[in-house]
Design a protein around this ligand. Structure first.
Ligand code: 5MM
Length: 341
């Protein structure tokens, strides 16, 4: 176990090592279908494999991307030449990670709220994933803001599940990414987003403590504190950065290995700008990086979708560009000139 703890602490540090972040390509088949619908490509197993193979084999990706979160199907897939996608990642210095939750389901008794399932049989699945080469895992909880929500019951049920998942991961030698996503959907203002994120993170870290989770071997994947997407008054990048950091200072222990962000519906540029401003705000207790899905893939997906056979290099160039921009943002060095260049 001691060896595994040291290994997990090393893995967690590598995931947020200077200038690098995590690529989220763990879309479940339903989400992948939605993404492929936008580019007019059939969501078949082969097409999902070709798309993700294209992303993971982009030359030099490991310079900016420390790890990638895979879906169960992907961790078992092979490139057309027979090389497993896991081996391609390992050769590129990209740590394989795996989404292990079974999705957010309706929370009984609480209309409009969700609780993430997947704890049954998780211990056995985690051991299998470790043997397949995964070194970290991810579990996403969804917190919805509306006039009467979220309820404390929803926050606590999700925190409890996240903590049980995290403890099981560490038992199996996998670094847990705990992802409580406070959704941007709604007309709420940034102050409400702050309040809900603060309540959520307080509950989460209290549960992680109760479940003996080692924070030095754990990564938080958080939403940023932003105005609801339908709020008439949209906070600017400075306000978002200040509110998000203030919320973390009040809730996240300094012992935590690192924080990465989800993009949650922000545009590619917004997600990069917000991260950059936060990293320009001086010394922080934790590395602050990215684990975007859409904000890393949107342009690459579009270019690939235009011609999946011929546009592989062009789509990879789009991914590499976004990965490099976000790498700069983790150092507070992103600017317009880099974006254009
Ligand atoms: C990549 O999408 C992930 C899986 O979503 P589903 O289980 O709903 O299919 C998702 O968990 C993702 O890792 C995070 O939401 C971050 O992605 P975005 O696009 O918000 O940066």
């Amino acid at each position: 176990m001691t060896d595994r703890i040291d290994e997990m602490i090393e893995t967690a540090a590598a995931m947020v090592s200077s200038g690098r972040g995590v690529l989220a390509i763990d879309e479940s088949t339903g989400t992948c279908q939605k993404r492929f619908d936008t580019i007019g490509v059939d969501c078949t197993e082969d097409n999902r494999r070709d798309y993700r193979h294209m992303l993971l084999s982009a030359d030099g990706l490991g310079e900016y991307i420390s790890g990638a979160i895979l879906f169960d199907e992907t961790i078992r897939q092979k490139a057309p030449d027979g090389t497993s996608l896991v081996k391609i990642m390992q050769d590129a210095d990209i740590i394989p990670g795996i989404k292990v939750d079974k999705g957010a389901k309706d929370l009984a008794g609480f209309p409009g709220e969700k609780v993430t399932e997947g704890l049954d049989g998780l211990r056995e699945r985690l051991h299998e994933y470790y043997d397949m080469g995964a070194r970290f895992a991810k579990w996403r909880a969804v917190i919805t803001i509306s006039e009467n929500n979220p309820s404390q019951t929803c926050i606590e049920a999700n925190s409890h599940a996240l903590a049980r998942y995290a403890a099981l991961c560490q038992e199996a030698g996998l670094v847990p990414i705990v992802e409580p996503e406070v959704l941007m959907d709604g007309s709420h203002d940034i102050a409400t987003a702050y309040e809900v994120t603060e309540l959520t993170l307080k509950s989460l870290f209290s549960q992680l403590y109760e479940h003996n989770v080692i924070l030095e071997a754990c990564i938080l994947k958080s939403s940023m504190v932003v105005s609801g997407s339908d709020c008439p008054e949209q906070a600017d990048a400075e306000e978002v950065a200040e509110a998000t950091l203030s919320c973390f200072f009040n809730t996240v222990p300094a012992a935590l290995a690192g924080i990465v962000f989800l993009s949650g519906g922000q545009s590619e540029i917004e997600a990069t700008e917000h991260l950059n401003v936060m990293n320009q705000m001086g010394q922080l207790p934790w590395p602050l990086s990215f684990s975007y899905g859409r904000a890393l893939q949107a342009s690459a997906l579009k270019v690939w979708g235009d011609n999946p056979k011929n546009n592989v290099k062009a789509a990879q160039a789009e991914l590499l560009h976004r990965a490099r921009m976000n790498s700069l943002a983790t150092l507070g060095q992103y600017d317009e000139q880099a974006e254009q260049g």
